[in-house]
Structure formats: C-alpha cells, structure tokens
Design a protein. Structure first.
Length: 293
C-alpha cells in the first residue's frame, strides 16, 4: 500500500528528502502507535559525535529532538544574519559555524537576538491536543510528528499557544487571533501558517525564515498586500523568481505551485493543509447532540 501511495506522488516528491517526508505522513496515518514508539526509541539515541577530517577540519554533529534542533539552528542563523549586516568578509555559512563555536565555548558571538528567533511552529488540531485523536500534528519544515510528542511540546511551560481558525472544508487557515499583531503582521503570519514552507516545489525552508513575496509585484503590477497575493519564498528562490529562463507559478488560494527550469523541466507541488479537509459526509451536521465544548 505504501508503494502504491508513493507512486502517485509528483516528480518533486521523489527527491530523497521529500520522499522521506511523504512516507512518514503515510506511515503516521496507517499506524500512529508504531510511529510514537519509533520516535521515543530515536529520542533515547540522542548524542553528540566528533569526526576528524582532513585539512585541519572536523565535523561536530548532534542527534537531537527535531524541535530542539530546529530552535537551535534558528537562533544560530538569526545571529549569523545579524552579524552579516556589518561583516562582508564572511559568508552566512562561515558566520553560522563561527557563531555555533562561540556559543558552545562560552564566548560572546558579538550579537544578541530576541528569544523569538529560536521559535519553532507546531501545528496540532484541537482534538489531538485533547488526546481524542492521534493524527494531524506537524512541525514546519520537518513534517508530521507523533501526537504524544507534540503534546509534550505543547505542555512545555515555555510554549506559547496561538489559536488558528481553519475552514473545515479546505483545511486552510482563515483567521488568527489579533491581540498582539498589527494588520500587516497578521497577513504575514497567516501566510506563514498557511504555506508552512517556501513555495518552490523542492524547497523545504520554513516560511518564517522566508521573504514575504508578492505574486503580482506591488510596484510594477499593482499587486495588493493580501493573503491572496502572497507567498513565502526563501531569499535564494525569491531572487531567482525573475531570473532569465525560469518560470514560476503559485496559486495562493488552491496551494498549487510549479517551477520550470531553464532546461525545460517542470516541477509541481501542492501544499499540505493545516488540517485535513472534511468531506460533507464526515461533518457534524447530522450529529444528534452537539459536542460538550
């Protein structure tokens, strides 16, 4: 069954990293309990390794829970990008490596970033949060995670909860609470939550680390600053959007994207909804009693 489902995926999904992500989604639907057990076993195997290489260079790596690793990388990346504003002698990769070493050795990296720079986005339906379901939890840029693991993150005292209202028929977000966001910031947040990652088919950079891109250019085409004209594109693919020979198309409403390379190869993809869409047959219209909340 897994082979049949994977065979129906788009060409872009056949890339190794995307294939693993799609396979994990299918496995989660088939056997959530096995996924939880495997995740706990993997967590027991967390470690730090040192591999000495040639030319006086070595590799230091860590196997960590996905949310911890993502938050750590986000903080290092934010510091490197801030340093880059005043340091043109080092590229971003070099800055990240230097910041990483400074933080581990207790040295001052020379820059400070807010705590929010190390934030990861976990999406979880209310029924999963209440332990009524074991599906639907995912982390931006990573993919589905076991519900039990997601609830551990959710109940962490440092976690910040945010309500997202989704259209039950499409699974797409339609509104956010506005207690702490200005309207323009709210539009950006809705786009980040809706699209999750850079909209270029093979790119999985989390949307919160991407540029806010107008599909119809604001200055040239009179495009509006709205969710229906916006998409997250990582800096590299944002710059590539208007490069000669490249053709990009993204439909923010339906979530379909395509990219044609200068060689004429077209890659397509469709974004994952925040919540699984509900068909009319699975709705609550015929329930004899309303839910108690």
């Amino acid at each position: 069954m897994l082979e049949e489902k994977l065979a129906r995926l788009s060409l872009t999904a056949l890339q190794p990293r995307n294939m693993a992500w799609h396979a994990s989604q299918i496995v989660k639907q088939v056997d959530p309990g096995a996924e939880t057990a495997a995740a706990r076993m993997a967590h027991e195997g967390r470690k730090v390794t040192l591999d000495h290489g040639v030319y006086a260079q070595s590799r230091l790596s860590a196997d960590l829970p996905s949310d911890v690793a993502s938050a750590a990388y986000a903080r290092v990346d934010a510091m490197a990008r801030k340093l880059r504003l005043g340091d043109s002698s080092r590229n971003l990769d070099q800055l990240r490596a230097d910041v990483f070493a400074d933080l581990l050795l207790g040295n001052d990296p020379g820059v400070q970033v807010p705590q929010s720079a190390a934030m990861v986005y976990l999406h979880m339906p209310i029924d999963t949060a209440l332990s009524m379901s074991e599906t639907g939890a995912s982390i931006d840029g990573i993919g589905p995670v076991p519900a039990a693991y997601a609830r551990e993150i959710m109940t962490n005292p440092k976690s910040i909860w945010r309500k997202i209202l989704c259209d039950p028929t499409t699974g797409n977000p339609v509104d956010l609470g506005r207690s702490s966001y200005r309207p323009n910031s709210t539009i950006r947040k809705v786009v980040e939550v809706r699209d999750r990652m850079c909209v270029v088919p093979w790119c999985r950079r989390p949307a919160r680390h991407c540029d806010f891109d107008h599909q119809k250019q604001w200055a040239k085409d009179g495009g509006s600053t709205s969710t229906n004209n916006a998409a997250p594109r990582c800096r590299k693919h944002h710059r590539l959007k208007n490069a000669p020979g490249w053709i990009h198309h993204y439909d923010p409403i339906h979530g379909t994207s395509s990219t044609t390379t200068p060689l004429g190869v077209t890659y397509t993809d469709k974004r994952e909804t925040v919540l699984p869409p509900r068909s009319p047959e699975t709705g609550n219209a015929t329930d004899p009693e309303p839910p108690p909340f």
